[in-house]
Design a protein. Structure first.
Length: 312
């Protein structure tokens, strides 16, 4: 199943000359543009001329069947080959419009007079009936939607490659952490033993050799207790296990062979879990090296989060 980005653009045009009853009539062209950006839900916006308003429900149904998330703007137009120039109304047509306007004012004295733009619009060639526009518009929507899905699929593939690169870097950082923690525990144990020896030497000088045995035993117990508490405090085995598990699951979700509904929302949840584990790992850091690894992890996870925002 392809991975779709929510960002994409597609456009298309269709000529209606072949379906018009009068071959000598002006060529009518349908134009369609579809733009999409990321959004938590599917948000469809239509900008249609009056001639195409009645087709909005059918267009909405076609788009909703293929798109799951994203803010999508659909813009359509109907252009006549005669629209590039301004045709001069005939005297007969102007006389007819004047007569109609006079009749209307008999019943509606306050009616606004016709403007020049309204006269030109009324004298321009009429747009084909809705029955003629329906089938070509439906085919144009399908073709443009396929182009949009293709563009979103290509962008999604690029996002997946970029995300997998960052997943590999995160796995490498996780591997670096594993041997550091036992080293830190061993270093802290040696520090406790050194402190114990210093305390033992000081106690022997002040209290005499008679109490050295009891002081040695008490100091050793204290050192072992502190070492155990330190090991528990900096233990990140669970965090590393969960990090590895989340990273492996993200890799599986990004696999082309994996079929998953609501992929973007699922990835977003896993990125939040990665953030939480990385924050816990940083809070338990007792060395500069471990702190740097935690910061690098957070930077990579934030980059993943930004990319996931565009996954459908």
């Amino acid at each position: 199943m392809p991975i779709y980005s929510m960002t994409g653009y597609a456009s298309g045009q269709s000529s209606l000359q072949s379906v018009l009853e009068n071959p000598s009539s002006p060529t009518i062209r349908l134009g369609l543009e579809i733009r999409s950006v990321n959004s938590r839900f599917l948000d469809l916006t239509f900008k249609l001329p009056d001639e195409l308003r009645e087709f909005e429900p059918a267009m909405r149904e076609l788009l909703s069947a293929q798109l799951k998330r994203g803010k999508v703007e659909v813009k359509a137009s109907v252009v006549s080959s005669d629209s590039s120039g301004v045709s001069e109304p005939s005297a007969k047509l102007l006389q007819r419009l004047s007569s109609v306007e006079d009749n209307i004012r008999v019943w509606l004295p306050k009616a606004t007079p016709l403007s020049i733009s309204e006269v030109l619009r009324l004298s321009s060639p009429t747009t084909p009936a809705a029955a003629v526009l329906g089938a070509p518009l439906n085919e144009l929507v399908k073709a443009t939607l396929n182009d949009l899905l293709s563009a979103r699929s290509k962008e999604g593939a690029r996002l997946a490659v970029s995300m997998l690169e960052r997943i590999a870097q995160l796995k490498a950082l996780t591997t670096k952490v594993t041997p550091i923690v036992p080293q830190l525990v061993e270093q802290q144990r040696l520090k406790f033993l050194e402190r114990w020896r210093e305390a033992l030497g000081l106690g022997q000088k002040e209290a005499g050799a008679g109490v050295s045995g009891s002081l040695s035993e008490a100091a050793q117990d204290r050192a072992l207790t502190e070492a155990a508490n330190f090991a528990i405090r900096i233990d990140v085995a669970e965090e590393l296990t969960r990090l590895s598990s989340h990273l492996s699951e993200i890799e599986q979700l990004l696999s082309p062979k994996k079929t998953t509904e609501s992929l973007g929302k699922r990835l977003d949840f896993l990125i939040q879990e990665l953030h939480r584990e990385a924050n816990t790992l940083g809070s338990k850091s007792t060395s500069l090296e471990l702190t740097r690894i935690g910061v690098d992890m957070k930077v990579l996870i934030e980059q993943l989060r930004e990319q996931v925002q565009n996954i459908e």
